[in-house]
Write a protein that binds this ligand. Structure first.
Ligand code: SF4
Length: 681
């Protein structure tokens, strides 16, 4: 395969057609992109396109407009005492969910002055919303209205705001119409609720306001993100919760408009060779762009994918690369963090690292003087040697490498400088006018929203059986997609759980079983992203449709991104059913008091007292039911305690239990029989 690739590259180089090579990869950082760029330069090819389906275009655009940052800052949730999220599911998949979950545990730790407050505003009760003190359901077309309305109410308060007079005037002109009455009438959020929100915000020392910035749960994501950013700039304390000097690597990925441009170039026959590394755009780009035809138009498509997927099916040549578990590498999730990746196992199959192939083909085409390293490992070492010389000049090469390996990488641990304001007082605040659009409710017309699933993200991990079997944290569904519908709406349309329903937008149709869900407003339908594969292996394929089938081909002019949220979607029963393999028997406790709660106030009153523990515990244990033989420690009993202030319900421990204890994956049919093995959920 490598010989064929070299022949093709040689031919293109000889004909001076290097410019007609396109290189598409998922987000790569560290030493690999430098090598890719060098390889492309010597071929005379353009820069690589780093593609992620969820590129946060609206958030990046809002950051550019308000903070002057064309990227995504680092958030410090642990420094906040009031957190407000406009649809940002930071405990699931948003930007850096593991970092956010860790910070959230700290945010949730009770302090002397009580617990910090978290409020979530958005159309769906997500896992993140379920962790909030209060979820305010708002229809997808009204989230931005509430965000700007809150800004208006805060501007009217006598707060020590950090804006200049012209900025205040520009903002007041923008939000003048969005009175609490308008919000109540259009968004259904009461005046009392808005007042309480304003009060909580104004009392906070370090408030942090987040916005989804993805257009998954609302079409006006840029507007909402601008308002959220402006709210962040209101009080000086927010400065501690946002670091603009340490932006996320996600800011390096291309906006969707670039992918559209590439597809059009391919369709016009302007690309002679397309190299794809670990990206599966055919699964996530709007079908109306016709990427499938574009892939068939390109004379040579070369895939460096670890798995067969929808896009690699159209490749003329596949050079499979090992997974990150089998390879050396490095990754820099944000500017001040550089992590080293070591292989934890040898390669399982006959694969080669992309870096090794670039070096080997580069040497054959351009000579060893251009590509002196034999293996990517040497390139990686060289890159770290240089970094060590710059950042730790006193350490020896070997010492720095050993230290970095032991620690897992290097990161800047110096205290951040919070003195710089988030916006300059001379910044232009003439943002686009906030529209007060609210469509008239129509018979059988719904807002459709999608969300990246915690198990599969954008679909890239749907081929892992562990994750297919992991019950979804909110619905407990395994092995397949579903469409969430409000129970009232379902009753009106005579739709029951498991009924297969067909959704239709102006751009396509898609199907999945219905799941009546209280956490969704009556005029909204939701479906997780990630299922509906057709060429991603036996565990991923044919598990309901892909919600990307119905998305609009139009690029959002305000951000250059795709708008996933779709209005005007109709529902029809398909006339048959497909049982959802969900693992929960019931949403209720039926008086068994399995999960008990105590109010914070009551807990504080009883702090210091130790209520006697009676063994065996009155609930949950009886000798008769115990299937272990009696043990001699009458006063002790091993228990597992999960701190529900810190546990967010992500389910990672369920997967860890599968891996650690070699728990069998049983599959959809056995789960339907009630034989699921994920007892810990
Ligand atoms: S205990 Fe389990 S579900 Fe809870 S946060 Fe930890 S890994 Fe996630």
């Amino acid at each position: 395969a490598e010989r064929i690739l070299v022949e093709k590259l040689f031919e293109l180089k000889e004909k001076g057609r290097g410019k007609r090579i396109a290189f598409l990869s998922d987000l790569i950082t560290g030493a690999l992109p430098d090598l890719v760029r060098r390889w492309l330069q010597t071929m005379g090819a353009p820069e690589p396109l780093l593609y992620e389906p969820l590129a946060y275009e609206p958030l990046r655009q809002a950051n550019q407009l308000v903070f002057g940052l064309d990227g995504i800052p680092t958030y410090h949730l642990d420094q906040a005492d009031f957190l407000l999220s406009f649809g940002a599911n930071f405990l699931e998949t948003w930007i850096s969910n593991v970092q956010c979950a860790r910070q959230f545990a700290s945010f949730r730790t009770p302090r002397a002055e009580g617990k910090s407050v978290f409020i979530y505003i958005g159309p769906r009760l997500s896992l993140t919303a379920a962790n909030a003190d209060h979820w305010i359901p708002v229809s997808p077309e009204n989230t931005s209205l509430v965000a700007w309305g809150l800004l208006r109410m805060l501007l009217e308060k006598n707060l020590p705001l950090s804006f200049s007079r012209p900025q205040m005037e520009a903002l007041k002109a923008r939000v003048g119409e969005i009175t609490p009455e308008v919000i109540e009438a259009k968004a259904g959020v009461s005046r009392t609720m808005m007042n309480s929100l304003t009060q909580k915000f104004a009392q906070a020392k370090n408030p942090l306001i987040l916005a989804e910035g993805l257009s998954c749960s609302e079409a006006q994501a840029t507007e909402t993100a601008i308002a959220a950013n402006l709210l962040c700039t209101l009080l000086p304390g927010t400065r501690r919760t946002l670091n603009l000097d340490d932006p996320s690597a996600l800011g390096k990925v291309v906006r969707a408009e670039k992918m559209k441009e590439l597809t059009e170039n391919m369709l016009r026959g302007e690309v002679d060779l397309l190299v794809i590394h670990q990206a599966n755009p055919l699964f996530t780009l709007p079908p109306a762009w016709n990427l499938k035809k574009a892939l068939q138009t390109v004379p040579w498509v070369v895939s460096f994918s670890s798995f067969r997927d929808e896009t690699s099916q159209f490749a003329h040549l596949i050079l499979p690369t090992p997974t990150f578990l089998e390879s050396w590498g490095d990754f820099s999730p944000r500017q001040k963090v550089r992590a080293l990746m070591q292989p934890v196992m040898g390669p399982l199959f006959n694969t080669r690292h992309l870096g090794d192939i670039l070096l080997s083909t580069g040497r054959k085409l351009m000579g060893a003087e251009n590509f002196p390293a034999n293996h990517f490992y040497e390139t990686l070492r060289q890159s770290w040697r240089q970094a060590g010389k710059q950042e730790f000049p006193r350490d020896s090469d070997e010492g720095f490498w050993e230290h970095s390996l032991r620690k897992g990488g290097v990161w800047d641990e110096r205290k951040e400088n919070f003195s710089k304001p988030l916006v300059s007082r001379s910044a232009d605040f003439s943002f686009p006018r906030v529209s007060l659009r609210v469509s008239e409710p129509k018979e059988n017309s719904f807002h459709f929203i999608t969300y990246p699933a915690i198990q599969f993200f954008d679909g890239r991990s749907a081929n892992r059986p562990f994750l297919q079997e992991l019950p979804d944290p909110m619905t407990q569904i395994t092995w397949g997609g579903w469409i969430e519908i409000n129970p009232e709406t379902a009753a009106k349309l005579e739709i029951k759980k498991d009924d297969l329903i067909t959704l239709k937008s102006a751009h396509g149709t898609w199907q999945a079983p219905a799941y009546p869900y209280l956490g969704i407003p009556p005029d909204v339908l939701a479906m997780p992203l990630g299922q509906g594969h057709s060429g991603f292996g036996q565990f991923a394929d044919s598990r309901s449709d892909n919600p990307a089938q119905g998305i609009s081909p139009q690029i959002d002019p305000s951000s250059g991104g795709i708008v996933w949220a779709t209005p005007g979607v109709t529902v029809q029963k398909a006339g048959r059913s497909l049982a959802l393999a969900n693992t929960d028997g019931s949403l209720y406790q039926h008086g068994r008091r399995l999960a008990q709660a105590v109010s914070w106030q009551k807990y504080r009153q009883s702090a210091g007292q130790k209520p006697p523990i009676v063994l065996p515990l009155p609930q949950g244990f009886t000798k008769r039911d115990d299937f272990y033989s009696p043990h001699p420690h009458s006063e002790y009993r091993w228990v597992m305690i999960v701190d529900l202030d810190r546990c967010i319900g992500c389910g990672a421990c369920v997967v860890a239990c599968y891996a650690e204890n070699n728990v069998a994956v049983v599959g959809r049919e056995q789960v339907l029989f009630g034989r699921e093995m994920s007892w810990l959920h």
